[in-house]
Design a protein around this ligand. Structure first.
Ligand SMILES: *[C@@H]1O[C@H](CO)[C@@H](O)[C@H](O)[C@H]1NC(C)=O
Ligand SMILES: *[C@@H]1O[C@H](CO)[C@@H](O)[C@H](O)[C@H]1NC(C)=O
Ligand SMILES: *[C@@H]1O[C@H](CO)[C@@H](O)[C@H](O)[C@H]1NC(C)=O
Ligand SMILES: *[C@@H]1O[C@H](CO)[C@@H](O)[C@H](O)[C@H]1NC(C)=O
Ligand SMILES: *[C@@H]1O[C@H](CO)[C@@H](O)[C@H](O)[C@H]1NC(C)=O
Ligand SMILES: *[C@@H]1O[C@H](CO)[C@@H](O)[C@H](O)[C@H]1NC(C)=O
Ligand SMILES: *[C@@H]1O[C@H](CO)[C@@H](O)[C@H](O)[C@H]1NC(C)=O
Ligand SMILES: *[C@@H]1O[C@H](CO)[C@@H](O)[C@H](O)[C@H]1NC(C)=O
Ligand SMILES: *[C@@H]1O[C@H](CO)[C@@H](O)[C@H](O)[C@H]1NC(C)=O
Ligand SMILES: *[C@@H]1O[C@H](CO)[C@@H](O)[C@H](O)[C@H]1NC(C)=O
Ligand SMILES: *[C@@H]1O[C@H](CO)[C@@H](O)[C@H](O)[C@H]1NC(C)=O
Ligand SMILES: *[C@@H]1O[C@H](CO)[C@@H](O)[C@H](O)[C@H]1NC(C)=O
Length: 318
């Protein structure tokens, strides 16, 4: 029984032995990712140190080096897209192949609209101008746009991503980051680009305030205008009178020294930048020479009192 089993095993071994290859070749690195025109060194090693037949089959010229149980080859300026070097051993075993993952992967480009204006729609596009792996357009790609750590949009299997939104003035100066990941062989490569948003805004949210809305002759009047906009607006004024006017605070403030009746009227402020303008106005009314008017009333009252007193006194004396 046991003898029969041994015999069977022996027969099996005889049957199998010729097809058991003593030496195995392995190539290192595995699935190398090499930029187009780049270089790589492949090392083919055998599990047997006596594997003297170890060799490369080369369709492209390369520098080989040999040692006990290994043979390496260096290629420079690789431009053959479907390059796949082959290593042979001395056994009848099939040769070992190693595809070179030749790729072109340029850094992404962020395309911003030439002019981004607050309140208007705009689109940010990030795409990759040069993208190939082993001569093909790869699908193992993803690309995303983000700002301040927030993902704006992303796409997978496509080398282009876009984000459309209404621009806000607060976004001026925000950094836009574009990150692309490409799987090449066993590696994941990353390329990034960044750009800064410039958001323009026409003048808006304008307001005007005055120290007084009614004044008496000789008083000082200060009128200040506020507005937002990018670039910051320039201010100009339409005033009832140019006399005794002082402009300050980059023309945001006008001061009337010792105002007269001619300063009565409408004060109009214009805020202007290349994207538009806005205006605001305020009426400031002249109230006359109030002190003289009060004096006049007092004088009239006093005089009439005196007259009355005099008349009463005169009549009483009669
Ligand atoms: C190839 O691999 C063998 C075995 O790991 C090593 O001894 C040899 O230095 C390597 N050759 C090159 C050129 O890296
Ligand atoms: C090489 O060595 C292996 C064992 O490591 C042996 O099986 C094989 O017969 C040897 N081949 C030659 C050609 O000497
Ligand atoms: C690389 O090869 C290409 C074409 O095969 C050639 O035009 C180019 O000059 C080479 N570059 C270098 C640095 O050898
Ligand atoms: C990238 O996007 C820009 C803007 O949309 C476009 O003009 C350009 O042709 C695109 N390039 C590629 C390679 O898709
Ligand atoms: C993009 O690809 C990288 C690498 O393949 C992966 O780590 C990441 O999760 C992917 N991102 C998305 C959004 O699919
Ligand atoms: C990639 O995206 C662009 C724009 O988002 C689109 O026009 C194009 O058809 C897409 N390509 C693929 C292969 O999905
Ligand atoms: C994000 O990308 C998809 C596909 O390109 C597009 O249809 C969508 O409008 C984008 N979203 C925004 C907010 O731009
Ligand atoms: C943006 O790009 C500049 C140079 O182009 C680099 O110095 C900076 O670190 C980048 N910023 C981020 C957040 O990647
Ligand atoms: C307009 O100005 C007021 C006060 O100056 C401010 O509270 C408000 O947020 C501003 N609005 C906008 C849209 O800027
Ligand atoms: C008006 O302003 C001037 C100088 O700016 C000051 O000397 C004067 O006292 C002010 N007059 C009044 C009525 O406040
Ligand atoms: C200030 O406003 C006046 C009156 O509108 C104008 O004539 C002048 O050019 C302005 N100055 C500046 C620096 O804008
Ligand atoms: C002052 O100006 C207002 C308009 O702003 C006008 O109605 C009023 O008649 C003017 N008063 C004097 C005394 O000129």
């Amino acid at each position: 029984m046991i003898f029969a089993l041994q015999q069977k095993v022996a027969v099996l071994l005889c049957f199998w032995l010729p097809t058991v290859y003593p030496c195995d070749q392995t190539i290192y690195p595995v699935d190398p990712a090499v930029p187009f025109g780049g270089s790589v060194t492949l090392n083919c090693t055998s599990s047997c140190a006596n594997d003297t037949e170890l060799n490369w089959e080369l369709s492209v010229r390369g520098d080989t080096q040999k040692g006990p149980g290994w043979i390496s080859v260096s290629f420079v300026n690789i431009t053959l897209w479907d390059f796949q070097p082959v290593c042979f051993g001395d056994s009848a075993k099939a040769p070992t192949k190693m595809p070179i993952y030749l790729y072109q992967f340029s850094s992404p480009d962020i395309h911003l609209a030439s002019e981004i204006i607050a309140g208007h729609w705009h689109t940010v596009v990030c795409n990759i101008s040069s993208l190939k792996v082993r001569g093909q357009i790869p699908t193992n790609i993803n690309i995303s746009l983000s700002s301040g750590g927030r993902i704006l949009n992303s796409s997978q299997g496509n080398s282009s991503v876009e984000y459309t939104s209404v621009a806000k003035l607060e976004q001026d100066g925000a950094e836009i980051l574009c990150v692309a990941h490409l799987k090449v062989g066993r590696e994941v490569l990353e390329k990034t680009a960044n750009s800064t948003l410039k958001v323009a805004a026409q003048p808006h949210n304008i307001s005007i305030i005055s120290s007084v809305t009614a004044y008496k002759a000789g008083s000082n009047i200060t009128v200040t205008c506020r507005a937002e906009g990018n670039p910051f607006p320039k201010f100009t004024w339409d005033l009832p009178s140019p006399v005794n006017v002082e402009y300050s605070n980059r023309n945001r403030t006008v001061t009337i020294h010792s105002a007269q009746s001619s300063h009565n009227g409408t004060y109009q402020c214009h805020a202007q930048n290349p994207y538009g303008s806005d205006l605001a106005h305020i009426d400031i009314l002249y109230e006359g020479k109030s002190r003289n008017w009060v004096t006049a009333v007092v004088v009239v009252v006093v005089v009439s009192l005196l007259v009355t007193v005099f008349i009463i006194y005169y009549r009483c004396r009669k």
